[in-house]
Design a protein around this ligand. Structure first.
Ligand code: MG
Length: 383
């Protein structure tokens, strides 16, 4: 008896080309946080081609701040000189062995690995003609709520204007950057609550800029304002300080910069240095590694805050697929910063769908975000 099952072109398909594409995409308005001010986002796309004719795309960013020293030429070199030889001739379905080989080749190269991980998932999905969430266990939700970050501005009135516009667009959750001037931070938080009440979620993020004493004083003053979490108040290495802060302050503490790989998160859990963790595709090594962080965090009873550095549609879609396939609770994270209006443009044929502060999970094959080659050329900086 002959089988009537159709076999997709999976076995035997191999990667035949690896490209790293550096882009610079300006912000509409320079983004200011405690670590400095950025006029543009530096982004690297990875394009993988297979002998089946399919292509997969992934994204990472060279977002420099405490905990990240990446540059565009550095990321391109890692991908083209060190990773490409480990990818060519391999099956895109051998993601476990490939990601292990990349880490063995370049220890702690999570930012570069992220774009490869997500390009492999995109390629698998394209070959099988299924969305990436299908490869991650199926669809548990069709949309993800997002929060909107508010950068540090010169005046409280400007911050209130920014918040007004975001709330009018349907965002129910704001992430206020703090940590340069604690007195101004307290006044800003008070003004936000005074003007908009308590019908929205408010989180604060100091981006690792405070010393312990200042953090205690500032967060104690913020306690009455219903702050959902205080993100990374202290230096990324100071987990003892974060644990002490978590005991003394009645605002839940979140880690972001402190967590790169799984062992970092395990240390946070052991020390009870935070009860919320923010992941980012680039910082944490793409879908392959972020999903493992979510499993660990979920098992430890931590809240999960899906994030991204300012990014394009590929990294945003990657979070959408992770979130779609996640059966547990998720916070409304800042994972769409870039595609929700902060950057001047994107590189997709059509934009990801955002409605009332909610991202609709794309249903097309792979990541469901189709590259627009003209837009890629427009932002490419080595062309
Ligand atoms: Mg952060």
């Amino acid at each position: 008896m002959t089988s009537t099952l159709l076999r997709p072109p999976v076995s035997g398909t191999v990667i035949t080309d690896v490209q790293a594409i550096p882009l610079r995409v300006p912000f509409k308005t320079a983004f200011k946080f405690s670590q400095g001010e950025r006029a543009s986002a530096e982004i690297v796309l990875v394009r993988l081609k297979a002998d089946s004719g399919h292509e997969g795309m992934g994204e990472t960013q060279a977002w420099r701040r405490l905990g990240s020293r990446e540059t565009l030429p550095g990321l391109v070199s890692k991908i083209e000189n060190h990773f490409a030889p480990l990818l060519l001739g391999r099956s895109p379905f051998d993601i476990s062995a490939i990601m292990s080989d990349l880490e063995n080749e370049l220890y702690d190269s999570l930012y570069a690995q992220a774009a490869v991980s997500d390009a492999l998932y995109d390629l698998q999905g394209k070959i099988l003609d299924v969305p990436v969430y299908h490869l991650l266990g199926g669809k548990c939700r069709s949309s993800l709520d997002m929060c909107a970050p508010i950068s540090i501005s010169a005046s409280i009135d400007k911050t209130l204007d920014s918040a007004q516009r975001l709330i009018e667009r349907g965002f129910k959750s704001l992430l206020l950057k703090i940590g340069i001037d604690p007195r101004q931070d307290v006044k800003t938080v008070a003004a936000l609550r005074h003007k908009f009440g308590t019908d929205f979620t408010l989180r604060v993020d100091a981006n690792a800029s405070l010393v312990f004493d200042d953090a205690v004083v500032l967060l104690k003053k913020l306690e009455p304002y219903d702050i959902d979490t205080a993100e990374q108040p202290l230096a990324l290495h100071d987990l003892h300080g974060m644990a002490e802060l978590a005991r003394r302050i009645d605002i839940p503490i979140m880690v972001d910069e402190s967590v790169g790989k799984a062992s970092d998160l395990i240390n946070v859990i052991r020390m009870r240095a935070a009860t919320v963790v923010q992941t980012k595709q680039a910082k944490n090594g793409g879908i392959w590694r972020v999903r493992k962080l979510w499993d660990i965090a979920g098992a430890a009873g931590m809240r999960i805050y899906p994030g991204n550095h300012p990014s394009l549609g590929f990294a945003t879609a990657a979070v959408a697929h992770l979130g779609a396939s996640w059966p547990g609770p998720l916070l409304d994270g800042p994972f769409a910063m870039g595609v929700s209006g902060e950057l001047v443009g994107d590189v997709g044929v059509s934009p990801l769908r955002i409605e009332d502060g909610t991202l609709i999970v794309p249903d097309g094959p792979g990541l469901g975000f189709i590259p627009d080659e003209d837009q890629i050329r427009r932002y490419r900086i080595d062309a």
